[in-house]
Design a protein around this ligand. Structure first.
Ligand code: NAD
Ligand code: TYD
Length: 350
């Protein structure tokens, strides 16, 4: 039996990856390490948490001694590193927590793996998740390739870029076996309602304004989270040592175009008159340094590993809306006191 460490498994993408691995690989013991920050929620994993091949450990990747002891105790065969501070707006308000978790935390894990594997890397793998945001902002044309130079623009993307460089440096210097993927914007069940789509679903449900930064003309590429989890599974198992793979949904949308589509779906599902949710759209002050456009060329992972997205945006957003409307209790539980304070600082003073 192999023992696999997944970090950040109580978060949005992490919980989908944990669920996939626990169900699909009964021959693995999955250890989910998560600090349960405001973004971590064990409710996301209710359906797997009693399975015999799953264990949750609460802990902070910033604590080097704890990480070293964890590797010594479990003797992991592989690592999927997803834990991070993940929200651009929070990185603008408080960059230091991003520097600590995303950079120092990643190095603690790299050191833990290196020490525990003692330069015997046979059958071992360190997978690191990254984002398309490390490539910076595109103009109206072009796509990010794996060879595109890094040009991060926010404290969040700069901290993710730093961690990617360090993961590659450990591969080049110590031969640590690594794989990195860079993915576009994810959406789907269990996403914390500070990111655009779940925030808008929550606000529409409560007839609250939908805040759109600037003119809403910024473009993102959107991928359904389970398609991302499938790509991560492939990259972890089949990716070539030291390689990077870009992952994207081929679903480029302006923010305002996306929100209009979401409003139509919400009107339909809530039985509201068509056009009523759109009236909630409210333009607010733009995000500082707001990247104009992200778009991914994912042909390498499609060609080399046989991955492709299973859902287009129209289908994915419908599934997502249905999930949030069926899980209002999850959403209301998450919109906690801590989140309210952040919401106040971010929106009510703009
Ligand atoms: P998330 O914020 O929902 O989850 C992050 C998880 O990490 C939480 O469970 C949190 O408790 C945990 N965590 C945070 N700090 C920790 C620490 N110091 N020690 C241990 N655990 C800690 O994030 P997400 O959206 O699921 O993103 C997961 C990863 O995927 C991140 O690395 C992010 O950069 C990357 N990514 C996200 C997207 C996206 O669209 N959401 C796209 C590409 C890449
Ligand atoms: P977000 O979900 O924060 O993801 P990211 O910044 O990582 O792309 O934001 C997606 C887009 O939506 C981004 O261009 C910023 C914009 N946005 C709004 O217009 N209003 C909001 O309230 C939020 C949270 C985001």
């Amino acid at each position: 039996m192999k023992t696999i460490l997944i970090t950040g498994g109580a978060g949005f993408i992490g919980s989908h990856v944990v669920r996939r691995f626990v169900n699909k690989y009964p021959e693995y013991k999955i250890v989910n390490l998560d600090a349960l920050t405001y973004a971590g929620n064990l409710e996301n994993l209710k359906d797997v948490d009693t399975l015999p091949n799953y264990e949750f450990v609460k802990g902070d990747i910033n604590d080097a001694a704890f990480i070293s002891a964890l590797f010594a105790k479990y003797q992991f065969d592989g690592v999927l590193h997803l834990a991070a501070e993940s929200h651009v707006d929070r990185s603008i308000l408080d960059p230091m927590s991003f520097i600590m978790t995303n950079i120092v935390g990643t190095v603690n894990l790299l050191n833990g793996a290196r020490e525990s594997w003692k330069n015997n890397f046979e059958g071992k793998r360190f997978y690191h998740i990254s984002t398309d945001e490390v490539y910076g902002s595109l103009g109206e044309t072009g796509l990010f390739l794996e060879t595109t130079s890094y040009d991060p623009q926010s404290p969040y993307s700069a901290s993710k870029a730093s961690s990617d460089h360090l993961v590659r440096a450990y591969h080049n210097t110590y031969k640590l076996p690594i794989v990195i993927t860079n993915c576009s914007n994810n959406y789907g069940p269990n996403q914390f309602p500070e990111k655009l789509i779940p925030l808008a679903i929550h606000n529409i449900s409560h007839n609250k304004p939908i805040p759109i930064y600037g003119k809403g003309e910024n473009i993102r590429d959107w991928l359904y989270v389970e398609d991302h989890a499938a790509a991560i599974d492939l990259a972890f198992h089949k990716g070539k040592d030291g390689e990077t793979y870009n992952i994207g949904g081929n679903n480029e949308l302006t923010n305002i175009g996306l929100i209009r589509q979401l409003c139509k779906t919400m009107d339909k599902k809530l039985g509201r008159e068509e056009g009523s949710s759109e009236k909630l759209i409210t333009y607010v002050k733009d995000r500082a340094g707001h990247d104009l456009r992200y778009a991914i060329d994912s042909s390498k992972i499609q060609r080399e590993l046989g991955w492709k997205p299973s859902l287009q945006f129209e289908e994915g957003i419908e599934k997502t809306v249905v999930w949030y409307l069926d899980n209002t209790e999850w959403l209301e539980n998450v919109v906690s006191g801590a989140y309210d304070k952040y919401y106040e600082k971010q929106y009510l003073t703009r």
